[in-house]
Design a protein around this ligand. Structure first.
Ligand code: DAH
Length: 338
């Protein structure tokens, strides 16, 4: 055995070792049970006596020097631990906290995908609105008592006549779309809305609505009823009881409120549904003629329906949540469940 040659190879290889894993490889190849040195030491006893006397101490010296080299390198690496070198792949780790989508995002994606399949185009509008689009064009002129339905966050601005505000609903986007498009169309407008009012288990100051608008020459309330029933069936995959009842909104005539039977008490009556057994999920109706003429459509030519659904209400029904304020609470105990 040319121990000198092998030793110098071993030294060169050891110089290239920079982490514990490759050091272990080095050890196995030079000092391991199947290494040339180990094999040689095992065969030593079979050598003639004379040979043994020379080779024995020699190979033992080689082994000692390699063990020393190994030890030194090992200490060296451990003392100058570079993080990546000291990585022990076998130590159990705490599982990482994975990010995931917010329940309202999940719900919005579901609603949007169902309406998209029904041929609705998705559009968006601004959260900072002007009085004209948020109220006036929707048949809610200044000083109209119906303005009390929407407690408004007004924005201080220099442009006095513009009267900027945070949109109180997504209905202004009906106007924005109709101003630039001719019927027939079906649109869906998801977005955030704001109300300057006290919060409780079912009301928030900021919340999401999804507005729908379908205008053509021959649209009726029966079409609306059918679209809503179908969409609810596809969104919740359950046969919920739905009722349509008359309601008042200045921009529709007739106006409708849509309720879904309360998921918490199953219609018996509880705090969540104010003992009615029903949860209101949207306002809707046939688009008021005033609104259609306000955007410049020829009088009497088109008809349509519009609706504005409360995304949080949908999510509460879908996930069985009885407190709307949890959505914006950033409480991980709540969010981690989705
Ligand atoms: N914008 C109304 C609200 O936030 C809801 C609504 C009612 C939307 C009737 C509509 C509608 O599109 O036709 O209170």
């Amino acid at each position: 055995m040319d121990w000198e040659k092998i030793s110098s190879e071993a030294k060169i290889e050891l110089l290239q070792v920079t982490d514990l894993l490759s050091l272990e490889k080095w050890r196995i190849s030079y000092l391991g049970r199947k290494s040339a040195l180990a094999l040689f030491l095992r065969q030593l006893k079979d050598l003639p006596l004379e040979e043994k006397k020379i080779q024995g101490p020699l190979s033992n010296k080689v082994r000692q020097s390699w063990e020393k080299m190994y030890q030194e390198k090992n200490d060296d690496l451990k003392n100058n631990q570079i993080v990546s070198d000291s990585w022990d792949h076998t130590v159990p780790v705490k599982s990482a906290l994975n990010g995931h989508l917010h329940p309202l995002t999940l719900m919005a994606e579901k609603v949007v995908s169902v309406f998209e399949k029904m041929g609705f185009e998705i559009v968006e509008g601004p959260e900072v609105e002007d009085d004209y689009h948020n109220f006036e064009a929707l048949n809610v002129p200044a000083n109209h008592p119906a303005r009390d339905m929407w407690d408004t966050f007004w924005i201080k601005s220099d442009e006095k006549e513009k009267n900027l505000l945070l949109r109180t609903h997504t209905s202004p986007d009906q106007i924005r779309y109709m101003e630039t498009h001719q019927p027939p169309f079906r649109i869906l407008v998801p977005g955030r809305a704001y109300r300057h009012e006290a919060t409780d288990a079912t009301h928030e100051m900021q919340f999401y609505q999804i507005e729908g608008l379908v205008v053509s020459e021959d649209i009726t309330l029966a079409n609306f009823k059918n679209i809503i029933e179908e969409s609810v069936r596809h969104i919740f995959k359950k046969d919920f009881k739905i009722i349509f009842r008359p309601d008042y909104f200045p921009f529709v005539s007739p106006g409708v409120e849509v309720d879904i039977s309360c998921f918490k008490c199953r219609g018996k009556g509880c705090r969540l549904c104010s003992n009615t057994g029903w949860i209101e999920v949207m306002g809707a109706g046939m688009v008021h003629e005033k609104v259609l003429t306000n955007v410049g459509y020829e009088k009497g030519r088109y008809q349509g329906f519009a609706f504005g659904l409360g995304l949080e209400r949908y999510a509460m029904i879908q996930y069985g949540i009885d407190e709307i304020r949890l959505f914006e609470s950033a409480d991980l105990r709540f969010l981690k469940q989705f």
